[in-house]
Design a binder for this molecule. Sequence first.
Ligand code: PLP
Length: 358
Amino acid sequence: MLLLNPGPVSLSERVRRSLLQPDLCHREREFFDLQEEARARLLGTYRLDPAEWAAVLISASGTAAVESMVASLAPSAGRLLTLENGVYGERIAQICERYGIAHERVMGAWTRALDLEAVAARLDGAAPSARFTHVAVVHHETTTGRLNELQRLMELCGRRGVRLLVDGVSSFGAEAIDFADESLAAVAATANKCLHAVPGVSFVVARRSALRAAVSRAFYLDLGRLADLQDRRDTPFTPAVHAHYALVEALRELAEQGGQPARHRRYAALAEQVRAGLAALGIAAVVPPEQSSVVLRSYRLPAGLAYAALHDALKAEGFVIYAGQGELSRTLFRISTMGEVSSADIDRLLRCIAPVLR
Ligand SMILES: *Cc1c(COP(=O)(O)O)cnc(C)c1O
């Protein structure tokens, strides 16, 4: 079965085989070697200086990394502005609510770009007693495949001394992220999307200065404590040992293939192949290509074709595609090109879609 859903992804044989390494006690030297290699390679993906940045590993899915980042890096007296144009932006606001973190929301239509003018107005319009310290945003909003304008948002925040917390769960490893920008405090992501490893490990890449100011709202997800112990070749709890094997192998593979820029090129070619092939079949993209990620795209369901019929016909041919979320489930479907997916796979996918449309 070829997975074209936004993670978990189809694994390379090399990463799959890496799961079958010796049993490890997580309190032995061998595990800490693995933990250190994973942390170093995560920083290496964007050539980050370990003196300035730390990759903090969390044994849980991507949402845990986002939760850990928000709960730990929003200061006690902080105030967050959450930007929403999809499920994952909304989720950040839900996390703030659960932890009682002071926040306000800028909500936009799920199929539209974020209104950065409105964001600037909200930041500038806050009363002195209610100034925003942080903006939280989803880089690639997987709900629609839209790549939010991180660079413009960084400039906007930088000018106002506001820090950015980024959900980069479905962009880290493939899309460019300007870590040099001073406004960027942290990016949360996971092993099983653009990095091509298995579910079970997620992580936050955070500025060490932000970690030093971290607060302990959460227990298991206390980012400052996790960073502290991992820096000392330690761990507070039992990590997903085998998922660490896979993450390290996937990061070695990524580096050998040319790193993030090469992965971006590979995804871009596949995404364009899907877009052009579907366009030839009369199926339109929901978000224009220049506003989309290279990771995943959403497409309009042709009139009269239910998602289930398309899904089931493709599954019978060995492909798993993905439905829209919420209201969008009746109008669109999504195709991700993360993981061990080739151009030949996409050719075959397109050949299998054609007869379903008739
Ligand atoms: C996948 C994803 C998440 C996290 O999902 P999990 O199911 O917890 O791994 C968070 N944000 C974005 C943008 C995602 O694509």
